[in-house]
Design a protein around this ligand. Sequence first.
Ligand code: UD1
Ligand code: CA
Length: 450
Amino acid sequence: MAAGKGTRMKSQRPKVLHRLGGRPLLQHVLDTAAALQAARTLVITGHGAGEVEAALAGLDLQCVRQVPQLGTGHAIQQVLPHLPEGEGTVLILNGDVPLIREATLRALAAACGGRALALLTVELADPGGYGRIVRAAGGGVRGIVEHKDASPDQRAIREIYSGIMAAPLPALRRWVMALQNDNAQREYYLTDIVAMAVSEGVPVVAQAVADDTEVLGVNSPLQLAGLERRLQKRLAEAQMEAGVRLADPARFDLRGALSCGEDVEIDVGCVFEGTVRVGSRVSVGAHCVIRDAEIGDDVVIHAFTHIEGARVGHGGRVGPYARLRPGAELGAEVHIGNFVEVKNSTLGRGAKANHLAYLGDATVGARVNYGAGSITANYDGANKHRTVIEDDVHVGSNCVLVAPVTIGAGATIAGGSTIARPAPAGQLTVARARQLSVPTWKRPAKTKKG
Ligand code: UD1
Ligand code: CA
């Protein structure tokens, strides 16, 4: 169910598309559902349906629109025509309850077994706002009463309905079509089917979940941030169980997939996005952002480094304050220092650019030393061009290499040169005005006022 408005988010974006751990809330639910290999997956859309459906394009599921949105029971009424005939178990999930686990859902579906109505419940210290599980004197479930319809006695009940259930398909059809909206919200409540099941003598199973994180919903930015921390705690613990040494699990953010070899240390405040693969004996300094990258063995990434779409070969040193952009491919033992930006460039073994430099669209050979303040002028205002710097070149400080240009192997480029033509191998090339001293020159003296 993903048709609700999410008023309390106070956002233009449909609630289920807000991100948790880098993925939309709804995507979390769908990924978990996909693991169950259901015969059919249906998503009920309504509020912001166009946007939600666009976000789901290409997935193996069917969207069913609910317009207008008259409650959770009304939402399920819309999908009934799209469900197969005959027996089966229908699992009903909430698009805004993202951290439900696969094992919990499997157990719930098993408890239903195509015959019983299985409700996922939890005990909350503060049950305000939720539907309460009402039990008979003998302990059996009698029904669910919504918070707004509950009496003071019922509001004291701490056992709540999570919004997730598994129901036998033929019975679900019958019950949902019989729902009425004579309640405080004038809505068709799906939860009213519980009393119907009880009156028909269909077994109702309340299955309690131990970890409330699994059933917490997102209704506000505060709850979204709270759930993000819980998710990050789970992810940080999984990394530490795999041997990664996090300086502080409370200051670690993973928004994708991170795999690490042995003896990896990650300092505080780092953010990993997309798919990041890290080798063994790697140290990542504080406050680095690393997205879609591959880091080799024995690499040191110093603090405040930004890496995206790049590869760092083994034994490399990067940062602090370095930026590797898409297509940066650093060979083994490459050093990239502070305020150096590398984009769409390959660097050979042992190449170094240690200070304040730019390498864009460049092919850099082994052992090249690229001086402070030097840049490749790779863009002529219309097209990008390549710079080739062959092995063992030494580029002095503050040089401009105007692409397309090639610097031959072993060449030395004098500091301050602007190189727009090929520089021959093995030679010193100087391309700057010759230094001139003027012995007769006198510094102007200050003229007296008035
Ligand atoms: C619902 C349950 C309540 C439970 C709570 C758990 C009902 C009547 N109440 O309450 O017992 O404790 O969830 O979080 O079911 N939705 C639609 N169409 C609609 C209305 C809602 O698709 O017309 C979707 C929402 O997008 C959401 C889910 O259904 O994913 C739950 O809706 P919401 O309004 O949040 O339900 P609650 O009132 O919180
Ligand atoms: Ca509601």
